[in-house]
Design a binder for this molecule. Structure first.
Ligand code: AMP
Length: 441
């Protein structure tokens, strides 16, 4: 299917063409006709599926087709400043990204959009709201601030979008969302996007959506399909050196590196910077400006590494990221899937490389259970782990898949000139059928 078959206007097709897109993604193919028809929608689609354009494009179209929706008299025209589309999102980053999409796809429509979120001054937002907008993208907390100060009027909202609804639950926004919904006109279109259909998401869907069309798309970044997973077994104290070594040896750029804690992310960023790897940390303690700048620099290729915590990185829209490194494994196996969802996008292949120390073997086992496969593991010559990695394997009867290689003396000459992780346990120790034989490059 082509975009031209979806009934979108020439202005939108032009903007889509400027982005180089020709084929709508599955969620776009399925959702756009329903949204254009004015229906409510419940969509199971995670970041990376093209879900943002799936709601932004048809909503832009509906707004441009009814530009005079609220301006039936000249007097009303003068006061026509209130948003007609409200998009609620869980994080500032997502708000900025959705706004960027609205501006990109709406470049030739003349529609006005604004994002309001916390962590930045409220006054510029108030000025922009006064000037008038068509589409408002907001995080719940800051929108409630505006409602409290009466600096936003939601009485003209025709369409409500709840984006990443499951995350809004995770982050405790449900009460805020309900309070916001109370301020909206009762008759309106409702669209809900969520990566999961957890019970509470269903409950909200039930309360908010009227006879919704259902759209469910497979994960774009299904872990087993597009992404090569690799584990390098290493002692905890050696992780930084291994990471530096990999950057130097492979000339890596644009690597998203995950740490478990903000403190750990800061410490690693400092170490990378000291060693000449241009890096920035992305986590919740950074100011909004610092986060925006870090992300922009990373996207522009000015940084070799963006060191992030799980919360900060969720929902980041970074195109065709070749590599994600788990400096530490997440405690929750689902977070591994979210992390690697940053790579292997839009059909491009990607690599998820995890540095795993012996104290993380339980997390690794849980991740493998979730993925329903074992992850190929390697040992980097010169960085052989001294601590045992004996992992309780999920299935009995198999030989241990990742025996630690015999420890060698570490010496500068032992460092590989053309580094390549050695296969763990030696070829004979494990049946060839267990692993695909892929190596990380
Ligand atoms: P999203 O799921 O909205 O976060 O989008 C993921 C990425 O896919 C974004 O970087 C979009 O720019 C990109 N994208 C959206 N629609 C298409 C399309 N039809 N073809 C190719 N890339 C797309």
């Amino acid at each position: 299917m082509q975009f031209t078959e979806l009934g979108l206007s020439a202005e939108l097709l032009r903007a889509i063409g400027e982005q180089g897109y020709t084929t709508p993604t599955p969620v776009q193919q399925q959702a756009i006709p329903h949204i254009l028809a004015g229906r409510d929608l419940e969509a199971l689609a995670q970041t990376g599926t093209g879900k943002t354009a799936a709601f932004v494009l048809p909503l832009l179209q509906r707004l441009s087709q009814a530009p005079s929706g609220q301006t039936s008299s000249p007097l009303q025209k003068l006061t026509h400043t209130a948003p007609r589309v409200l998009v609620l999102v869980p994080t500032r980053e997502l708000a900025a990204q959705v706004l960027a999409s609205v501006r990109t796809y709406g470049a030739h429509t003349g529609l006005r959009a604004l994002a309001v979120f916390g962590g930045v001054g409220i006054n510029p937002q108030i000025q922009s709201l006064r000037r008038g907008i068509d589409i408002l993208v907001a995080t719940p907390g800051r929108l409630l601030d505006h409602l409290g100060q009466r600096t936003v009027d939601l009485s003209k909202v025709q369409t409500l979008v709840l984006d990443e609804a499951d995350r809004m639950f995770d982050m405790g926004f449900i009460r805020d969302i309900r309070r916001i919904i109370e301020k909206l006109p009762k008759v309106r279109q409702n669209l809900m996007f969520s990566a999961t259909f957890a019970a509470e998401v269903r409950e909200l869907a039930h309360a908010v959506l009227q006879n919704p069309a259902l759209v469910e798309v497979a994960r774009r970044n299904a872990p087993a399909e597009l992404v090569t997973h690799t584990v390098i077994k290493v002692d905890k104290e050696q992780k930084r050196d291994v990471l530096l070594h990999l950057f130097a040896a492979h000339g890596w750029h644009q690597v998203l590196v995950f740490c478990r804690t903000k403190h750990g992310a800061d410490a690693l960023t400092r170490k990378l910077e000291q060693s000449g790897v241009r890096s920035a940390a992305l986590h919740g303690n950074k100011s909004q400006n610092a986060r925006t700048r870090a992300l922009a620099d990373f996207k522009a290729g000015k940084l070799a590494a963006l060191v992030a915590t799980d919360i900060a990185a969720r929902g980041l829209d970074i195109d065709s990221l070749p590599r994600v490194v788990n400096f530490e494994l997440p405690n929750v196996p689902e977070d591994y899937v979210h992390r690697i969802g940053r790579t292997g996008r839009a059909g491009a292949s990607g690599e998820a490389l995890s540095l795993v120390s012996s104290d993380e073997r339980i997390q690794l086992r849980d991740i493998e259970r979730l993925l329903k496969r074992e992850i190929e593991s390697s040992i980097l010559p010169g960085f052989e782990p001294q601590h045992t990695h004996a992992v309780p394997r999920p299935s009995a009867g198999r030989p241990p898949a990742h025996k630690p290689a015999p420890a060698r003396n570490r010496s500068s000459s032992g460092r590989p000139g053309a580094p390549r992780p050695a296969r763990a346990g030696g070829g004979a120790a494990k049946p060839a059928s267990h692993h695909s034989g892929q190596r990380h490059r």
